[in-house]
Design a protein around this ligand. Structure first.
Ligand code: MN
Length: 228
């Protein structure tokens, strides 16, 4: 068997303390998972109907590469988020089963073309062009779950050009990590290699060309880079 065109490379993330890499299969994201961020967007949290969307796996930007300022927007927003990487999957998982599927953790930016999202919202269109564009998912190296202790006070921070823009604590998430995985597994059969962006705290705002960003899941992972 041979392919008619050169098969695309498998997107992957570095692993802290290892030469191996983590292959990325799909990227799932949850929206409105911090009440204060939902409020700043003029939305409310609907706990019974979580909002999910996806990005293509090859939207990941990693290894310190620059984020390319995307085409078709004048309003590129940062959303700092904890990223969970799955080492196993399944359907209709319970929360304890979900916990066992977590391979590792990192921090990422759910980059958003906010102007295109506003149009999509107004027209009741899907969010793909606002969320799933090229280079829309910068992610740090992953830290294996066995080395990570998270609690409600674990902090998620983002500084732009040295100024803090976003700060949140995991305890303020509407749906916790295990719950997000369990709910997603009722909608999709999850698989090893899937990444989940777990929502952003308040403080989202615009990025400009030349901005330096430093995102941190404190004590776990750091992501630094530049908008080119
Ligand atoms: Mn987000």
């Amino acid at each position: 068997m041979s392919y008619a065109i050169t098969p695309p490379a498998i997107p992957s993330l570095p692993i802290i303390g290892s030469d191996q890499r983590f292959p990325v299969r799909r990227i799932f994201c949850i929206g409105r998972n911090y009440a204060e961020h939902a409020r700043e967007m003029g939305a409310t949290v609907d706990k019974d109907t979580p909002l999910f969307f996806t990005k293509p796996a090859d939207a990941v930007v990693t290894d310190g590469a620059d984020v390319i300022y995307p085409q078709a927007t004048q309003d590129l927003h940062h959303e700092v988020e904890m990223v969970v990487a799955l080492g196993g999957g399944g359907r209709d998982l319970t929360a304890p089963q979900a916990a066992e599927r977590i391979w590792g953790y990192g921090v990422g930016l759910d980059l958003t073309r906010r102007d295109l999202q506003a149009i999509a919202k107004a027209k009741s269109h899907p969010w793909d062009v606002a969320k799933g564009f090229d280079h829309s998912a910068p992610v740090s190296a992953l830290r294996p779950a066995s080395e990570v202790k998270l609690d409600a006070d674990t902090a998620l921070t983002l500084a732009i050009n040295g100024q803090q823009r976003q700060h949140g604590r995991l305890g303020d998430m509407v749906h916790g990590v295990n719950e997000i995985i369990a709910i997603l597994s009722t909608l999709f059969e999850l698989k090893a290699g899937d990444l989940i962006f777990t929502g952003t705290p308040a403080g989202v705002s615009a990025l400009q060309r030349g901005d330096h960003f430093r995102a941190e899941l404190v004590g776990v992972a750091t992501l630094e880079g530049k908008v080119a």
